[in-house]
Design a protein around this ligand. Structure first.
Ligand code: SF4
Ligand code: SF4
Length: 353
């Protein structure tokens, strides 16, 4: 009874958030250049990207179309690898001048003492670094022999800063699922305070690598691990926003599943496309900063994000959890979009039989 009252309240909250659709988190795909060639990269970034980096002024013009951004408005600078941009600090300063927060998502390879200080001085408030296992499994996924060594150094620097809102993200797969306790102990020893775990969806390069995709029982083990470690309270560990997890809802994150893509989260992609999270199918692009006013596009478009009834098809059509899940995370719809790519709840149910 209490659960259903809470569920109903949360559904109402989602409805009002959707109606309001306040933009408060904006990804900027500032470059598609990357110094790595990770096995699971969904963006197919290459060392020599065919796209030039987006000029800072082009991005700022779009940003300046937002009349009164909320106080907690954050720009998450992503790539590619944002540290490849030599003007990253300048970008950050311009964002801060507008009263907004900013942070980066990085593979950590180019993160050194000098850059750490210059980024902090430019007002960087948050940093997310990817660590995909202990040495062997991290280097395997990152497709680089010395990647662990580099990320270890970056994590040490970032964890030592009191000013930085720092978290580590891990892509959980068949090669590292057995190492989770070890990775956790390692992160605690480095002084890391927050750890976010996610799984891969079978798109891009990832779909051809079976070791990347967890089976039902493995995924259930992941959920159980998170539940158990959240109770210990040493490190803030959580499952990413990626999907609805049935009975594990409220046990693996601070709040129930709510895909905020196009509701509070927007993006400006390398070619100027306006969308939501960068891992969303590019066919959902809502406009382009080179042709459209960014904020007007945010306010007037985004219908498929704010009315998800179109996802009621395939296995979602008759699902009894549809009201809480609404077709899972938006990034789970690709290509023909006739069927959700991953149903986390079914995956968990398959582990029971
Ligand atoms: S079938 Fe669709 S709506 Fe139901 S839990 Fe799975 S992804 Fe969500
Ligand atoms: S699209 Fe995916 S990554 Fe983005 S908010 Fe939704 S679930 Fe999270």
């Amino acid at each position: 009874m209490i659960t259903s009252i809470k569920q109903a309240a949360f559904r109402n909250f989602k409805k009002s958030e959707t109606k309001r659709h306040e933009l408060n988190y904006l990804f900027w795909e500032c470059t598609t250049r990357c110094n790595l060639n990770c096995l699971h990269c969904g963006s197919d970034c290459k060392k020599d990207s065919t796209h030039p980096d987006m000029p800072l002024n082009d991005f700022l013009s779009a940003l300046d179309s937002i009349p009164s951004p909320p106080k907690h408005f954050t720009v998450a600078i992503s790539g590619g690898e944002p540290l490849l941009r030599n003007d990253l600090e300048l970008c950050g300063r311009e964002i801060r001048k507008r009263g907004m927060r900013w942070g980066i998502v990085s593979n950590g390879h180019l993160y050194n003492q000098e850059r750490h200080i210059s980024l902090l001085n430019a007002g960087m408030g948050s940093l997310t670094i990817s660590l995909d296992g202990m040495e062997g499994s991290h280097n395997w996924l990152r497709n680089a022999k010395n990647s662990f060594e580099k990320v270890d150094y970056a994590i040490g620097l970032a964890a030592g800063s009191k000013r930085l809102n720092f978290d580590v993200v891990t892509c959980v797969n068949k090669k590292n699922i057995h190492q989770l306790p070890q990775i956790r102990a390692y992160l605690v020893s480095k002084g890391v305070k927050a750890w976010r775990l996610f799984t891969i969806i079978p798109i891009g390069r990832a779909k051809n690598i079976p070791d990347l995709i967890l089976s039902g029982p493995e995924f259930k083990n992941l959920m159980d691990f998170i539940v158990q470690k959240r109770e210990e309270n040493t490190l803030d560990i959580k499952f990413s926003c990626e999907g609805y997890v049935g009975d594990y809802e409220s046990k693996v994150r601070d709040t129930p599943f709510f895909c905020r893509a196009g509701i509070n989260i927007g993006s400006i992609l390398i070619d100027g496309s306006i969308s939501a999270c960068p891992n969303i199918d590019r066919s959902f692009t809502q406009g382009n900063i080179y042709n459209n006013n960014f904020y007007q596009t945010w306010q007037t478009k985004f219908e498929p994000f704010r009315n998800r009834s179109w996802t009621k098809k395939g296995m979602c059509a008759d699902c009894k959890n549809y009201r809480d899940c609404q077709g899972n995370g938006f990034h789970n719809w690709h290509g023909e979009k006739n069927e959700v790519l991953v149903c986390h709840k079914s995956k968990l149910e398959s582990a029971k039989v």
